[in-house]
Design a protein. Structure first.
Length: 234
């Protein structure tokens, strides 16, 4: 499950790979640490064509998760898109691309401690894209904010492949083999994410930080890489 990723490339690099008609991100600076409930760039189909926009990470929580809560904690990773709560957002109008250059998984050690491991498509951390979904939603994310109307995004996950499974066995985000993948931005509004073939690509474990003090306080320094084969999953 990915709850921490990095984007070291700007919008110029994104536009070189993905056709974007409108850029609404302003002066997009690198984001070395992107955590849940923060805003990050996504590419989606807008009223005037494909657009690059800043969206808040965490989709709305299912109703059962809110029964005893005053705030919506949100959902970053969606493991079962067949649930009715998620099916409403599986159509093309709610799909998006989430650019990243590396993401972090926490490996559980024999002593139950967690060691962060960074994963990417290569040693140079090339620009890559998660297959995501987004929606406009009104909810209370923080008590001090009250109810807010915001664009939210998250990404479906699947069983981890061999490379990512070395760090996290349960699941990994869907990663597009080609960012212009027509099956993610199809013309038919009847197409659903559930019908898309496996889009996962292998990622190599680049390194584990030398120090860690919990997820948000984890050191982002990289040690020598411990690489796995880098190739697209079939």
């Amino acid at each position: 499950m990915c709850n921490f990723y990095s984007l070291s490339k700007g919008q110029a690099a994104i536009r070189e790979i993905v056709s974007v008609w409108t850029d609404r991100t302003g002066n997009l600076a690198p984001q070395p640490t992107i955590f849940p409930d923060q805003s990050a760039p996504v590419i989606r189909e807008g009223a005037e064509g494909r657009e690059l926009v800043m969206v808040r990470w965490e989709m709305p929580s299912p109703g059962f998760a809110l029964k005893t809560r005053k705030t919506d904690p949100g959902v970053t990773n969606i493991r079962n898109v067949a649930l009715p709560h998620w099916r409403r957002w599986l159509g093309p109008e709610h799909r998006c691309l989430v650019p990243f250059t590396s993401f972090c998984e926490y490996r559980v050690e024999p002593d139950k401690s967690r060691t962060p491991a960074w994963l990417a498509r290569g040693e140079d951390r090339p620009l890559t894209f998660f297959a995501g979904i987004w929606t406009r939603w009104t909810s209370v994310r923080k008590i001090k904010e009250g109810a807010v109307d915001a664009d939210l995004y998250g990404f479906p996950t699947a069983e981890a492949n061999a490379a990512v499974g070395a760090a996290h066995q349960k699941a990994m985000p869907d990663i597009l083999t080609e960012p212009e993948e027509p099956r993610h931005f199809p013309r038919s509004r009847n197409d659903r994410i559930a019908n898309i073939p496996d889009l996962r690509c292998a990622c190599s474990i680049l390194a584990t930080p030398a120090k860690t003090s919990g997820m948000k306080g984890a050191s982002t320094s990289r040690s020598a890489a411990s690489s796995l084969p880098i190739k697209c999953a079939t």
